[in-house]
Design a protein around this ligand. Structure first.
Ligand SMILES: NC(=O)c1ccc[n+]([C@@H]2O[C@H](COP(=O)([O-])OP(=O)(O)OC[C@H]3O[C@@H](n4cnc5c(N)ncnc54)[C@H](OP(=O)(O)O)[C@@H]3O)[C@@H](O)[C@H]2O)c1
Length: 175
């Protein structure tokens, strides 16, 4: 089976969001998200983004679906209306089974939110986590799960500052 990576930004308490939205505005994190999730080595292919229904509904209208990538929404609602070209699955295994057979999909990313991450970190096909760590606590109401010990930092970026926030990127891989 193809593997997949998680992309997530979290604060010191593993907070990832507040009131169904993000708790911060960090443009360099948004740029990194776009770069990581859009990059393909074969230009005839594209990447797939797996997301929970609430994260899908939180996307800004002009980025919904997220362009240039196959958007895949997980929901248990069989009648959830989605735009043409956006796929719906009722669980992660079904989505992975489908994407595994899709020759035009190069990489698969799980992009949140909290419920999706909780399933994804425990999934045997999840082998990488692209994390953005923000200093401080942002009064979040949704959280990244405790990272299983099989994930270890493979590349740790320097602390950086933007818009009064201090953050760094860490790429975790699976031992
Ligand atoms: N900081 C970050 O990197 C980041 C990234 C993404 C999102 N977020 C934040 O995360 C928050 C949303 O997280 P959330 O946990 O409330 O929502 P979520 O995970 O985005 O969506 C939850 C919904 O997705 C469906 N779902 C999730 N896992 C599923 C599974 N394994 N199988 C089937 N369906 C599944 C269910 O939909 P139904 O109820 O329709 O069945 C569930 O109610 C927001 O604040 C958002 O801004 C942060």
């Amino acid at each position: 089976m193809k593997s997949f990576a998680i992309v997530a930004a979290m604060d010191e308490a593993r907070g990832i969001g507040k009131a169904d939205g993000l708790a911060w505005h960090l443009p360099s994190d948004l740029r990194r998200f776009k770069e990581i999730t859009s990059a393909v080595s074969d230009p005839s292919k594209r990447n797939a983004l797996l997301m929970g229904r609430k994260t899908w509904e939180s996307l800004p209208a002009h980025f919904c679906p997220l362009p240039g990538r196959l958007n895949v929404v997980l929901t248990r609602q069989e009648d959830l209306g989605l735009p043409e070209g956006v796929l719906r699955f009722s669980n992660l295994d079904q989505a992975m089974e489908y994407l595994d057979k899709e020759p035009d999909i190069e990489h698969i990313f799980c992009i949140g939110g909290a419920q999706m991450y909780a399933h994804a970190v425990e999934h045997s096909a999840c082998n990488r986590i692209f994390a953005t760590h923000l200093q401080g606590k942002f009064d979040c109401d949704s959280f990244f799960p405790i990272m299983p010990s099989r994930f270890r930092p493979a590349a740790t970026g320097p602390w950086q500052r933007e818009e009064n926030q201090t953050y760094r990127f860490i790429d975790y891989t699976c031992c």
